[in-house]
Ligand binder design. Structure first.
Ligand code: ADP
Length: 601
């Protein structure tokens, strides 16, 4: 902020210099100074005038008093002279009441000029002016002179005949002289006192001027102070405004940071892939919901605990924590929560930190699809050839069966002919299934009651279950789906047959169950058994055509099941049950797709 101070147009006055640059203060200071000077001048003038008036009055008074005393002295001298000439003595004459009170001394001289009598009314100085002897010339002189404050009157004493008898001298004192001295003192001292008063006034002003100046400054500077205060207020306002702006920016930044953090949290949480951050000390610092759900463990634990069910991933993390190198494994097998999972895992070091980021994608279905695709690719080449061969094989089997029937007619007691025919029928069944598997499948979607379908299948397998001592439990609340009834019956029969056959003779519990969990869009059929479960080498090849572990198996049952399920836009997966046995889960949509589609394995 810039403070604008008024620039003086000319050289500052003394008052301005004395009182500072403030015009109001300088004006008041100048007025005070002028008042003081005027007062001092006034007092001095009054003193001088008083002095002059005093002198004038004194002179007039003196003149009047002298003439009065001279007249009184002259008159008294004449009266006394008359009384003495008449024969009165001087003391008696002096006692006359008519004599003025100012008469203080008197001297009587004889005709020879010798003093004969001296009277003094306590006036030694007056006595001094009456000498012992007078010249004869002085005896005849009649005078009245004034010396100092005394008037000396001389009167000759003559007889009626004019004969010199002597002389009389009187001394009269001017009584107003003392008063005159006091007035004179006053006249002299008045200017002095006035000057002292003026000096005192000046001194007091000098002594109390700072305090007064301070008050004046305080008052007189009110305007500049207000000006400065207004400036400060403006600065404060601007600072406060800047502070509020900073606070708003800080709040915005905080809100943005919080929003960004929330967005990041939501983003991480919404990522369908598992995201795990492992710190340098091995602790899992971050694991999104997908990771927690996939690996079944919360963050905060050691990565060896978190990835306990995925040893390959654990090894990758350990290696990357050591050498900070990026690793990826496109297909990694792991058994998570009892389910066989195929994972696509990558472990990358986080720049600037010693931690690593694990990104794991559950590609189980994709892997299955890939396997199917691989199988399809394998079969694609040999499919047509195999189908042709199978067709020829079936024709040959029909011929063999014909010959076997003829043989049975020619040798009815021979056991070879029936055995030949039975083996021929079995081979024919295999070839029929194979041809069914390789044939393009077209689904005629219609509502299929799974409850009815399951009841038919259970009825068909009742003998097999009874023969093996297996209890078959079919849930009653199976829903209705859209699909091909015959194909779905075929799929259910294959699954339930496999389940029954998986239970060994020695199993303590022989139980096969079919139940369903239905949501708004799909139903999941679960075929569970109390058999020996799925060893890893079996679990990975369940749906591969011709994969079998049975002596009499042909390995096409599950391949056909998956073909049927996929043709119905469904999914199939298998896992081991925690208490033993296997579980096959078939998910089917409740509604038919808008258009039927074919499936070529
Ligand atoms: P097949 O029954 O002719 O062997 P499948 O395709 O039906 O052919 O089955 C392939 C293999 O899958 C079986 O040989 C068996 O080892 C395994 N399997 C199928 N179902 C089960 C089950 N419920 N429990 C254990 N293993 C099973």
């Amino acid at each position: 902020m810039i403070l604008l101070t008024p620039r003086p147009s000319r050289a500052p006055s003394r008052a301005a210099r004395h009182w500072g640059a403030c015009p109001a203060l300088a004006a008041r200071g100048a007025a005070g100074q002028a008042l003081t000077v005027a007062l001092v001048l006034l007092l001095t003038g009054v003193g001088l005038i008083g002095l002059w008036v005093t002198y004038a009055l004194r002179a007039a008074y003196e003149r009047e008093a002298q003439s009065r005393i001279q007249a009184e002295a002259r008159l008294a001298a004449r009266q006394l002279a008359d009384a003495i000439v008449a024969g009165a003595a001087l003391p008696a004459a002096m006692a006359a009441d008519e004599l003025p009170a100012t008469l203080t001394a008197a001297g009587l001289y004889d005709r020879a000029g010798q003093r004969q009598a001296l009277i003094s009314r306590n006036d030694p100085s007056g006595e001094a002016s009456l000498p012992e002897r007078l010249d004869l010339a002085e005896l005849d002189r009649e005078a009245s002179v004034f010396a100092d404050d005394r008037c000396l009157a001389a009167a000759p004493l003559r007889s009626a005949a004019g004969e010199r008898l002597g002389a009389l001298r009187l001394v009269a004192r001017h009584r107003g002289a003392r008063l005159s001295t006091a007035v004179t003192r006053l006249a002299y001292e008045l200017p002095l006192w006035l000057s002292v008063a003026a000096a005192g006034l000046w001194l007091m002003r000098a002594l109390f001027a700072p305090g007064r100046r301070f008050r004046l400054e305080r008052n007189a500077r009110a305007a500049p102070v207000e000006f400065v205060m207004a400036g400060y207020q403006e600065v404060i306002d601007r600072l406060q405004s800047a502070g509020r702006e900073l606070e708003r920016l800080r709040s915005d930044a905080e809100t943005r940071a919080v929003a960004q953090a929330q967005f990041s949290d939501r983003l991480i949480a919404s990522i369908p892939d598992a995201l795990v951050v492992v710190a340098a000390d091995g602790a899992v610092g971050l694991a999104n919901l997908a990771a927690q759900s996939l690996f079944g463990r919360p963050p905060g634990v050691d990565y060896r605990v978190f990835f306990a069910d995925a040893p390959d991933l654990m090894d990758m993390v350990a290696a990357s924590l050591t050498d900070q190198a990026r690793r990826r494994k496109a297909e990694m097998e792991a058994t998570l929560a009892g389910h066989r999972r195929t994972l696509d895992a990558s472990v990358s070091p986080i720049p600037g930190a010693s931690s690593v980021l694990c990104l794991v994608t559950n590609i189980t279905e994709l892997a299955a699809l890939r396997a199917t695709t691989r199988a399809k690719e394998t079969l694609d080449g040999i499919g047509e050839l195999a189908a042709g061969i199978a067709h020829e094989f079936k024709n040959s089997l029909a011929a063999i069966d014909g010959y076997a029937r003829l043989l049975a007619q020619d040798a009815p007691r021979s056991a070879a002919a029936p055995a030949l025919r039975a083996e021929t029928r079995r081979l024919t069944q295999v070839v029929t299934e194979f041809l069914a598997f390789t044939r393009p499948m077209r689904i005629a979607f219609a509502p299929v009651s799974l409850a009815e379908t399951a009841a038919e299948v259970a009825s068909a397998l009742r003998d097999l279950a009874a023969q093996r001592g297996v209890t078959l439990r079919i849930a009653q609340d199976l829903p209705t789906v859209a699909g091909d009834a015959a194909l779905l019956r075929q799929a259910l029969e294959n699954l339930l047959r496999n389940a029954i056959e998986s239970i060994p003779e020695s199993a303590p519990t022989k139980r096969v169950a079919l139940r369903a969990e239905t949501s708004l869009t799909e139903t999941t059929l679960m075929v569970e058994d109390s058999g020996g479960g799925l060893p890893p080498e079996v679990a990975g090849n369940l749906f591969v055509p011709f994969f079998t572990t049975k002596k009499q198996g042909h390995g096409l049952g599950l391949a056909l099941v998956r073909k049927i399920v996929v043709s119905h836009n469904g999914r199939i997966e298998a896992c081991n049950l925690p208490g033993g046995g296997a579980q096959f889960r078939v998910s089917l949509p409740l509604q038919a797709p808008s258009a039927t589609r074919g499936f070529q394995p």
